[in-house]
Design a protein around this ligand. Structure first.
Ligand SMILES: C[S@@+](CC[C@H](N)C(=O)[O-])C[C@H]1O[C@@H](n2cnc3c(N)ncnc32)[C@H](O)[C@@H]1O
Length: 252
């Protein structure tokens, strides 16, 4: 099927394919503009969302943090700045392009000794069990093909009493705001993203993948099924983004 400009539109099933090579390839292709487009499309709110997720963990000095799907390391950097004298923040991602922009960011911020980046898959984290005081994942879980496997991995690497923070997109509940937001998110954002990134799919994939991902209740249930306790959901910016915080119980 062709769109109004005569370009062939991808069928939704192809657009939503989460084959690792496809997802990594897509992020490799937009890595050079990823941060700029993020800040622009969220009107700078993405920085506040990341900060809120780290603050919610109330980590103390010397904490070890794993940032899964770290991308260009924005959340890892936020963790290193808001945890008092962090032990180590390890950012993991399978996109070399995103990681190399993250590495450059760490170098220019002088954070290379506090934040380390590693190439790896969310479903098989390069980390020993019971190592981290906190695991974070910002706007990444929805991209992972095996959501449950990734949640179980995050549980595995956490110390008993360690905490998990997940940031994901949601939808405002106020009817008028919701209508306006969905128009922006599904129509305007992909249009702007396409023009700025010059990538035909990445910013059409974003709203499509949010719609196809687990609902809030289902994600809370999944966290509980995987063993997490004290699961709470905090809606940020009228529900545009949801922050899920959960704890790995102490060893019984
Ligand atoms: C939308 S970006 C989020 C980046 C960053 N966390 C942020 O807050 O901006 C999603 C990232 O998840 C990574 N990713 C997706 N699936 C992954 C997987 N299975 N294992 C590792 N990284 C993955 C992608 O390569 C991409 O860098």
């Amino acid at each position: 099927m062709a769109n109004q400009k005569g370009e062939k539109e991808k069928p939704v099933s192809t657009l939503l394919s989460k084959e690792p090579w496809r997802i990594a390839g897509m992020f490799n292709a937009i890595a050079h503009r990823y941060d700029q487009i993020n800040h622009l499309l969220s009107m700078g709110l993405d920085r506040r969302w990341r900060r809120r997720s780290i603050q919610a963990l109330e980590l103390s000095g010397g904490a070890y943090v794993v940032d899964v799907c770290t991308g260009t390391a924005d959340l890892a950097v936020t963790a290193s700045r808001h945890v008092p004298s962090p032990g180590l923040v390890l950012g993991v991602d399978f996109s070399d392009g995103m990681l190399s922009f993250g590495q450059e960011k760490l170098r220019s911020a002088g954070l290379g000794s506090v934040v380390r980046l590693a190439r790896g898959d969310a479903c098989s984290l390069p980390c020993r069990s019971d190592w981290a005081n906190a695991v974070t994942v910002g706007f990444g879980l929805r991209n992972v093909a095996e959501t449950e496997q990734a949640v179980r991995e995050m549980y595995r690497v956490l110390k008993p009493r360690g905490q998990l923070a997940i940031l994901e997109f949601g939808e405002p509940r106020l009817p008028v705001l919701r209508t306006m937001y969905l128009w922006y998110f599904r129509r305007v954002l992909p249009w702007i993203g396409h023009r700025l990134s010059k990538h035909s799919e990445a910013y059409a994939y974003l709203p499509a993948s949010v719609s196809a991902f687990l609902g809030q209740k289902a994600l809370v249930e999944l966290l509980e099924v995987c063993g997490f306790t004290d699961v709470r959901l905090v809606r940020l910016t009228f529900g545009v983004v949801c922050l899920y915080v959960a704890r790995k119980p102490s060893k019984g």
